[in-house]
Design a protein around this ligand. Sequence first.
Ligand code: ADP
Ligand code: ADP
Length: 229
Amino acid sequence: SNMIEFRDVEKRYPDGTVAVRSLSLDVAEGQTTVFVGPSGCGKTTSLRMINRMIEPTAGRISIDGIDAATLAKAELRRGIGYVIQNAGLFPHRTVAQNIATVPRLNGVPAAKARDRAMQLLELVGLPAEFAGRYPSQLSGGQQQRVGVARALAAEPRVILMDEPFSALDPVVRAELQEEFSRLGPELGTTIVFVTHDIDEAIRLGDRIAVFEPGGVLAQYAAPEELLEA
Ligand code: ADP
Ligand code: ADP
């Protein structure tokens, strides 16, 4: 079933730039949907409209059939995780503290949040001894793993990922792609993933939205269909 629906969504920035034009697509629950296309064609803008970091100027985005514009932002974002290119970890907090941040804010007791952080560390493929390290002591790939663990800690139904692996060297990148292609299905989490790399899109996506310059959706297809084209 569809969790997120875009219907004729447009984003026109105040300077007149139309970043997204008449976008209609459905994001299926439990699947990975990838927004792919060259730089500047509206992928990030589309992603950020899902959690209302950016507001559409026309059309409608609904989540579980409810118009996102009618939901309180705090409520909307509670169920939506967000992972960006350079992880955005808190530099003065350890790995475990980073992962436990949202659960602690939500009132989960420290010991329980810590146990959960340790489980998540294992899930994203990091050894337990990383728990006490600081982000600056981790490689880029390790930081991205922590970023994903932190997003998962809030137990979101949806995770938005904006070029999470793009800054990594090709070997580490391939490794993370391989591992994270299994994670979404394993957890049943719905993922919306932005990349400019078509190979990455095909590797990770159940459905792929191909954007073109001008913020136009050119194609919305399964990876097999794109490979045939
Ligand atoms: P990223 O490329 O890392 O996602 P941003 O989302 O901040 O970075 O910006 C995406 C694109 O939008 C970039 O091409 C940037 O130059 C452009 N951009 C961001 N903010 C503005 C702005 N206020 N005016 C014009 N262009 C902008
Ligand atoms: P992508 O993620 O595909 O690189 P973006 O969604 O970041 O594309 O940007 C789409 C278009 O909107 C680009 O032309 C970009 O420069 C423009 N843009 C992004 N943010 C702003 C902004 N705040 N003000 C004006 N233009 C922007």
